[in-house]
Design a protein around this ligand. Structure first.
Ligand code: CP
Length: 312
């Protein structure tokens, strides 16, 4: 595998989940595979889980790790061709990406959506800029459009917890005071399209995700109806896609409660705002899988890095 940019780079989800679960049992089993190789983690945005789990995964595989908070410590990058760079950008992606390639064997990048320019966000200028100008594999640690490491960890978590041949899985929108990107929801939807599950999305009108991603997945605007018989409920806020980046309402009725959850397992990528997105009683119950999801981020990253290292 050359790059891990989206869920589409997974050739066989079942096989990857099985291998990730094996790595979870013996995290250091492939300690030699990354020997004398280096991964560079570039963060244009904040992180807790992605940073630590990807670093842990790399260390488990014997890789050297370099981490840079590019957003706060790097030069402001220019992505357009032919720009007269006499404004705020100091370095072009062409040089920056080639320079990074000299220092490491794999580069992993986090660069969120701006939520102000849909066209630019969908062009994935940072991720694709690095992909275009580096000579090394690129890993997506959450881009404008997707968070495929999170979705792979979510697939591992569902596989570990599922007891049914075809579970019911609900992706439920939740209120949030700030406008958040669509990346987590998009990748979760794409991952669920590879699963044998009864999958439904629920959100208020106006929060429809990109139809090119959701395709024929059913949308139920009545949250209570969507939740009926659910085995797993993945809760996530996202801003409007149609009215791009806007917060259309703060309807607190969409917060996930213990009563609504019933007997289902609760999932969220974290970080989560307590008593806004989900009430304490859910997060503090045995039904919450959020900490195990975060734990599985290591093994999701580890199977991705292992596959890349095998192809170098
Ligand atoms: N879920 C997730 O990506 O967490 P961080 O933003 O803390 O990395």
């Amino acid at each position: 595998m050359n790059h891990y940019l989206s869920i589409k780079d997974i050739d066989n989800l079942d096989d990857w989940v099985t291998q990730a679960k094996e790595l979870k049992k013996q995290p250091k089993a492939y300690k030699k595979i990354g020997e004398d190789k280096t991964i560079c983690l570039l963060f244009f945005n904040n992180s807790l889980r992605t940073r630590l789990s990807t670093q842990k995964a790399a260390l488990n595989l014997g890789l050297e790790v370099m981490v840079m908070n590019f957003g706060s410590e790097g030069w402001a990058l220019e992505y357009e061709d032919g720009t007269v760079m006499n404004q705020n950008t100091s370095e072009h992606i062409k040089e920056a990406a080639q320079v990074v390639s000299q220092f490491c064997d794999i580069v992993a990048i986090r660069a969120f959506a701006s939520l102000t320019d849909k066209e630019k966000d969908e062009a994935e200028v940072v991720l694709n800029g690095f992909k275009k100008y580096t000579s090394i594999p690129v890993v997506n640690m959450e881009s404008s459009v997707g968070h495929p490491l999170q979705a792979l960890a979510d697939a591992i978590t569902i596989d570990e917890q599922n007891t049914k041949p075809k579970p019911k899985v609900v992706l439920s929108w939740a209120p949030h005071p700030k406008a958040l990107p669509h990346a987590v929801a998009n990748s979760f939807v794409e991952m669920m399209q590879l699963q044998d599950a009864n999958f439904v999305i629920t959100h208020p009108k106006g929060y429809e995700l990109n139809k090119n991603i959701t395709k024929d997945i059913p949308v139920e605007y009545d949250q209570n109806k969507a939740m009926e018989g659910a085995d797993f409920v993945y809760v996530k806020n996202w801003s409007s896609y149609v009215d791009y980046g806007k917060v259309l309402n703060h309807d607190t009725n969409w917060m996930m409660t213990k009563e609504k959850l019933g007997h289902a397992k609760f999932m969220h990528c974290l970080p989560v705002r307590r008593n806004v997105v989900v009430e304490d009683a859910v997060l503090d119950s045995d039904q919450s899988l959020v900490v195990e999801q975060a734990n599985n981020r290591t093994y999701a990253a580890q199977i991705v890095l292992k596959k890349i290292l095998e192809s170098l």
